[in-house]
Design a protein around this ligand. Structure first.
Ligand code: ZN
Length: 281
């Protein structure tokens, strides 16, 4: 396992961690001042920006993009809505390519509105991904399936485990021709008794590694993630497994924290982020 202590060039900051307080150029400057090697921006932050300008700034600062967040949900009641989502995701792949993103992050969607058919939701997602794979290949940006904790199955992600994500990879891209892969997010996967065996199975399919911590108690299912060290996840052991499987990309900190971290200023969040990744990841 790599020694990442005191090596911010191996860290990436998912910009959600900073609570969307400032513009992307200001975030990039703040990360560059600290020697941070990567960011994972959100599509909404790029609205109204010239993507080429952002790409130029990133290059000048030697900051890479560990992933572009995130897909429009694939699940929807009508074919027209599902097609619109696929078209949006196709366009997002173009933006990801301009930024040189290492992958395009997929939060796939939960049940279509008004439905209780989880299998149909999963079928819709697989169909959407299948249609995007050629464009992913053409743009050179791999699609990263991110399984989310099953508590989000109804409204955010009918993809819940790493095994399920890898089964979909095997089904949709059996030879790896399209580079379809997965994101391992410790917040979503730490509880899974199959986690280590599925990480080993994933091997080169691991495109991203996301860290945060599970607070006890967790009071909001989405927006109460902890900083590494404040919760109960053995993050370092999971990183050991991920790197043993062949992952050598950045360690991306991704925190949603409406009650705590988002109330602090950006400099404080960034300084704490570096300390905690260094000490607890
Ligand atoms: Zn994540």
């Amino acid at each position: 396992m790599r020694d990442i202590t005191g090596k911010p060039e191996l860290y990436s900051i998912n910009t959600a961690t900073l609570g969307f307080q400032s513009s992307l150029p200001a975030i990039i400057d703040a990360c560059a001042q600290r020697g941070i090697g990567g960011i994972a921006p959100w599509r909404k932050e790029l609205d109204g920006c010239h993507v080429q300008d952002i790409a130029r700034q990133l290059k000048a600062c030697r900051i890479s993009v560990s992933g572009l967040c995130r897909s429009t949900f694939y699940t929807a009641p009508t074919q027209a809505e599902r097609q619109a989502a696929i078209d949006e995701n196709r366009h997002a792949l173009d933006i990801a390519a301009e930024l040189g993103a290492r992958c395009y992050m997929q939060v796939v969607g939960g049940l279509p509105a008004g439905s209780n058919n989880l299998e149909e939701a999963r079928r819709q997602v697989r169909e959407g991904i299948r249609q995007l794979l050629p464009h992913s290949h053409d743009t050179g940006v791999p699609i990263a399936l991110e399984p989310l904790h099953p508590m989000t199955a109804a409204d955010r992600s009918c993809l819940s485990t790493l095994r399920q994500a890898l089964d979909w990879c095997d089904e949709l891209d059996p030879e790896g021709d399209y580079g379809l892969g997965v994101a391992v997010d410790v917040y979503h996967l730490w509880w899974d008794p199959e986690l280590f065996s599925q990480i080993a199975r994933a091997g080169k399919r691991i495109l991203a590694f996301h860290v945060s911590d599970w607070l006890v108690p967790t009071v909001d299912l989405v927006n109460d993630r902890g900083m590494p060290g404040d919760g109960v996840i053995d993050i370092r052991s999971i990183r050991h497994q991920v790197e043993s499987a062949g992952y050598n990309g950045q360690v991306e900190l991704e925190i949603f924290s409406s009650r705590n971290w988002w109330t602090k200023d950006q400099d404080q969040i960034l300084d704490t982020s570096i300390e905690r990744i260094s000490e607890y990841c």
